[in-house]
Design a binder for this molecule. Structure first.
Ligand SMILES: *[C@@H]1O[C@H](CO)[C@@H](O)[C@H](O)[C@H]1NC(C)=O
Length: 218
């Protein structure tokens, strides 16, 4: 099914003398939109009202989450509720029947200050309503081997991409699909109990949580 368009594109690219880009399949963009369900927005990282703003990028290429009250801190005597913040969101993604989508890549940006031995981790897990058992998790921790560890200070940016075989696809029924995303940030000073840390993923700091989407016909 993919062979013919690929060959056509390659041929076109050859004729035009340009570098062939990957074949892109996508639904009619005018029929693609996203709605944040008013019943969602649970969690200490997105207290109601209006502490999160989702945006779907042009051509349904990405979903961006801007937060306004999303930070965590740890210090001697801090409470677990200060060390860990989360946000559970529920969306309706509307798109034409015959298409399926996945979130395959994420970029988290923000700002942190971590004393020596203080660790920070940022995560996002998602699944679709039509397939609740299949979940995927993006983990941002400085590198793939473990958490960000202080001393560190300044802005951070982290990109995590799922392996191709780990993509979670939405159902194919079209009209709309429910998308659940839970994100969290966590600080841990158990390796240096006198240490402190702060992490902020608020858009007032021009931080974002952006998920890149891929579409396929089905
Ligand atoms: C903090 O991160 C370091 C480096 O990844 C790791 O060795 C250590 O076990 C982590 N500490 C805790 C308490 O998770």
């Amino acid at each position: 099914m993919h062979a013919l368009p690929t060959r056509l594109l390659a041929l076109t690219a050859f004729i035009l003398g340009i570098v062939a880009s990957p074949v892109s399949h996508h639904p009619d963009w005018s029929k693609v939109f996203i709605k944040l369900l008013p019943t969602s927005g649970f969690g200490s990282g997105c207290p109601p009202p209006d502490s999160v703003n989702p945006t779907l990028g042009p051509n349904g290429a990405w979903l961006n989450l801007a937060f306004y009250k999303y930070f965590a801190e740890v210090y001697p005597g801090s409470k677990p509720s200060e060390n860990y913040k989360n946000c559970q969101l529920q969306f309706e993604v509307h798109f034409p029947p015959g298409w399926s989508l996945t979130l395959f890549k994420t970029t988290f940006t923000g700002r942190f200050t971590l004393d020596e031995g203080v660790n920070a981790t940022q995560e996002a897990t998602y699944h679709f309503g039509g397939n609740p058992q299949a979940t995927a998790t993006f983990i941002c921790d400085g590198d793939s081997m473990g958490p960000w560890t202080g001393p560190r200070k300044g802005r951070y940016s982290c990109l995590d991409e799922l392996l191709v075989g780990k993509y979670i696809w939405s159902s194919c029924k079209g009209t709309f699909e429910t998308l659940f995303i839970e994100t969290s940030i966590e600080l841990d000073n158990s390796d240096n109990k006198g240490g402190s840390g702060f992490i902020n993923t608020e858009s007032s700091e021009t931080a974002t949580q952006q998920f890149e989407l891929l579409w396929k016909p089905c």
